[in-house]
Design a protein around this ligand. Structure first.
Ligand SMILES: [Fe+2]
Ligand SMILES: [Fe+2]
Length: 231
């Protein structure tokens, strides 16, 4: 039994797992099942978030798979963690939705017959993918890969589009720039930092130019409604 995640909205239900090592291609068979389960859960969620929809999951999975193969991570754990990591985000508009996602994933993994020994590392990666944890809290390779791949989706043309969709006109551009910097600073893996470099620079340059050209008209005071403040 590993140490427990600090008590906070269900986190005490997720134990820190032991290393699980690499596996063969067993992960492939889970993809259609995980996608179906994710879409079903999202379909009945109370506050669906467009920027955390199926397209976001597919982009994250593409990066997770590339990083996971390169680093020899457990792709079965990563597949389940990726497809289920934002379930909670469609229930709460809050950046610390990872614990709720993990709670919602428990019955899904059970129903799918996901390997029992891989559930704890999967739930761990899901619970710790959000911004309420620091890099030191992500103590497994799989949790680092999921976090980094998820945050890479906030940079580049896609990241700019998501940021505008969520924030433009509602928060100051300084806030958006701060969110970009925060996510870059939290990236854990050197591979992710290399992947992020160009796309981070693009997104930052875009919003700096936008601020220059639009001035105070859209750089209003930050609205404290905690809506869409997450990736
Ligand atoms: Fe998330
Ligand atoms: Fe995400």
């Amino acid at each position: 039994m590993g140490k427990q995640i600090p008590a906070m909205m269900g986190r005490d239900t997720v134990d820190e797992p032991a290393d699980v090592g690499a596996t063969d291609a067993a992960w492939r068979r889970w993809l259609p099942l995980l996608r179906e389960a994710m879409l079903t859960e999202m379909g009945r969620a109370p506050v669906p978030s467009e920027s955390h929809g199926e397209d976001h999951i597919d982009r994250v999975w593409s990066r997770v798979l590339a990083l996971g193969e390169e680093l020899g991570a457990d792709l079965e754990v990563l597949a389940a963690a990726t497809f289920l990591h934002d379930l909670g985000r469609h229930h709460v508009r809050d950046e610390d939705h990872g614990a709720l996602s993990a709670e919602l994933a428990v019955p899904i993994l059970e129903r799918l017959g996901f390997p029992a020994e891989k559930r704890a590392p999967t739930l761990f990666a899901i619970a710790r993918h959000d911004l309420s944890f620091d890099d030191v809290d992500r103590t497994t390779l799989e949790s680092r890969i999921l976090f980094d791949a998820d945050k890479l989706d906030t940079f580049g043309v896609v990241g700019v589009t998501r940021a505008i969709r969520s924030w433009y006109g509602r928060v100051g551009i300084d806030f958006i720039l701060g969110q970009l910097d925060r996510r870059l600073a939290l990236l854990s893996l050197p591979q992710s930092r290399r992947l992020a470099a160009d796309d981070y620079a693009f997104a930052r340059d875009f919003f700096v130019r936008l601020a220059d050209q639009t001035g105070a008209s859209v750089a209003g005071a930050y609205v404290e409604d905690r809506e869409d403040r997450t990736a």
